[in-house]
Design a protein around this ligand. Structure first.
Ligand code: OSB
Ligand code: MG
Length: 371
């Protein structure tokens, strides 16, 4: 198909409660929403939607929203201007631009959505989904006190979430995990995520987590510390899971070979798109490495796509795929709803959901048209 024009919407969505991680506190989710207008080979007009998961500031990774908008506008879309485009070749066409995977992922997502909508195929069936609903875990931000943490975890469990992920940071780690384990019992599926807040010097401290029978510890060390994660993994019983470090299938292959990752958190945005995400899934599967689907406070668009990805057979652990209401009182699309601890995998063509025009108008703070 030929891309006629792209509209880059910036949305600003208030969170239902502040979300605190080791790298900061967020009360609003600003995101880029791509609206690609294209014409298929047989002359039909089609629209595709993409979401860029880059955050406002470069704290989780080097990418950030303002840069992403610039890269998409000035460097990525121009590479797709000449000749026909298919979702499967977007990654190759964008190769001259180094890095900027979240931006590339958003562009590929929109092209893929357009292509699948015009073909009447759901993203889930295109990717190879084997289930029609996925278990929902929830990522719990760092709370001001242990009491508040126990309240928040209790309310998510009441809602039916099947797995709890606690954000941790130095000084808010062992005691928090112990309190949750003691209150909610040994059967609770529990894991922690440090967002790179520790160094290898903290190994003796982190080893104290071993007594709490966690599913995994996610990204305790820095993005570039593959070898150090492998060293830490050898000192701990708790399975080592990487998030920030896995920026591509190549990085995943290195991490697995080094023994740095027994588990991988797959986020399509972080790795450059849903197609690369599927390649990592396939690689991990072949290596006996478990994967689960991470989240980046996506709107309904990215949330729907994540549910489709998480329905692949290698996703054997519950993902950070919560209902829309975990972050948003009102979503950009029809909400994804928690049912019996699960989220239904959308079945409609493409992503299966679209922005509701009134919601896009309400949350939109800018729309830029790129010819
Ligand atoms: O490390 O998984 C992470 C949110 C923003 C940036 C990084 C992370 C997260 C989360 C939230 O943990 C996951 C979600 O969207 O539910
Ligand atoms: Mg993480």
């Amino acid at each position: 198909m030929l891309i006629d024009e792209t509209i880059i919407h910036t949305v600003s969505m208030p969170l239902v409660a502040p979300f605190t991680t080791s790298f900061g506190t967020q009360t609003v989710r600003q995101a880029l929403i791509l609206e690609v207008h294209a014409t298929t080979a047989n002359g039909t007009a089609v629209t595709g939607w993409g979401e860029c998961v880059a955050m406002e500031s470069p704290l989780y990774s080097s990418e950030f929203l303002a840069a992403a908008k610039l890269v998409i506008t000035d460097h990525l879309l121009p590479l797709l201007r000449t000749g026909g485009v298919t979702a499967e070749t977007v990654g190759h066409r964008l190769r001259p631009v180094i890095g900027h995977r979240m931006s590339k992922a958003a562009v590929e997502m929109a092209v893929l959505d357009a292509q699948l909508r015009s073909a009447g195929i759901s993203l889930a069936s295109y990717l190879g989904a084997v289930t029609d609903r996925v278990p929902a875990g929830v990522s719990v931000g760092i709370q001001p006190s242990v009491e508040q943490l126990l309240d928040v975890v209790g309310s998510y469990l009441d809602q039916g979430y099947v797995r709890i992920k606690l954000k941790i940071e130095p000084g808010r780690d062992i005691d928090r995990v112990r309190a949750v384990r003691e209150r909610f019992g040994d059967d609770l599926l529990l894991q922690v995520d440090a967002n790179a807040a520790y160094t290898l010097v903290d190994a003796p401290l982190l080893r104290r987590l071993d007594e709490f029978d966690l599913l995994l510890i996610e990204q305790p060390l820095g993005e570039e510390d593959l070898r150090q994660h492998a060293a830490l993994a050898r000192q701990m019983i708790t399975p080592m899971c990487l998030d920030e470090s896995i920026v591509s299938a190549e990085a995943a292959a290195d991490a697995i070979a080094l023994g740095a990752a027994a588990v991988i958190n797959i986020k399509a945005g972080r790795v450059g798109g849903y197609l690369e995400a599927r390649r990592i899934h396939d690689l991990a599967w072949a290596n006996g490495v478990a994967v689960w689907c991470g989240g980046m406070l996506e709107t309904g668009l990215g949330r729907a796509a994540n549910a489709a990805l998480a329905a692949l057979p290698g996703f054997t652990l519950p993902g950070d795929i919560s209902g829309s209401d975990r972050f948003y009182a009102k979503d950009l699309t029809e909400p994804l709803v928690l049912k019996d601890g699960h989220i239904d995998v959308p079945t409609g063509p493409g992503l299966g959901v679209s922005p509701i025009p009134e919601a896009l108008a309400e949350f939109g703070i800018d729309s830029t048209r790129v010819a």
